[in-house]
Design a protein around this ligand. Structure first.
Ligand SMILES: CC(C)(COP(=O)(O)OP(=O)(O)OC[C@H]1O[C@@H](n2cnc3c(N)ncnc32)[C@H](O)[C@@H]1OP(=O)(O)O)[C@@H](O)C(=O)NCCC(=O)NCCS
Length: 157
């Protein structure tokens, strides 16, 4: 259960340990410490955490040209349904737009209804399937175009 004020802030190296623990319980293909460290030190990335005194969610985005790719998004199971995933996504999208992104792309497990619904509400539409992308299933590719437009900005308010 979530308590208190939730802040969205930059992911710091000291957050890796908490994120690893969350990956282990909540991700079918958990990221390793090495992946987190590589990502945090790589160019053109933004990683954010949700913090209510402890890390309760995180996500990342990678910028390639004018395309922003969501690399990871996770909210602790006992903190879901409180708008934290949406707040993290908005923070990542706003950061990507500030860095020059015009399009947003991500892969999501086809059967991941919660994530698909979150992404649809943020204007992402399915554009294709990558069969066998995950060990245990297919990925749906979702896109949003013109995220630097005034129309898109309205979606984030
Ligand atoms: C997907 C995930 C990040 C959503 O986080 P969250 O904080 O619970 O989401 P929010 O509370 O911000 O919900 C935002 C929207 O997502 C959708 N949503 C969230 N949980 C949902 C659920 N269980 N069923 C259907 N839709 C859901 C809704 O559209 C919701 O909007 P609404 O509250 O106005 O109806 C979270 O479920 C999670 O960490 N899942 C496991 C990891 C994962 O799947 N990551 C994405 C990988 S691509």
């Amino acid at each position: 259960m979530g308590v208190g004020v939730i802040t969205i802030r930059e992911f710091e190296p000291g957050d890796v340990e908490a994120a690893l623990a969350m990956e282990e319980v909540a991700q079918p293909q958990p990221w390793t410490e090495r992946i987190f460290n590589d990502e945090l030190s790589a160019e053109n990335r933004t990683y954010l955490v949700a913090d209510d005194g402890a890390v309760c969610g995180y996500g990342g985005v990678m910028l390639m040209g004018d395309e922003a790719h969501i690399t990871n998004l996770l909210v602790a199971p006992d903190h879901r349904g409180q708008g934290i995933g949406r707040r993290l996504m908005i923070g990542l999208i706003e950061s990507a737009i500030a860095e020059g992104a015009r399009h947003l792309i991500l892969e999501v497990r086809s059967e991941n209804e919660a994530a698909r619904s979150l992404y649809s509400r943020l204007g992402l539409a399915p554009v294709g399937v990558r069969p066998g992308y995950y060990d245990d299933g297919d990925a749906l590719i979702m896109w949003a175009h013109d995220i630097d437009s005034a129309e898109y900005a309205e979606r984030l308010t």
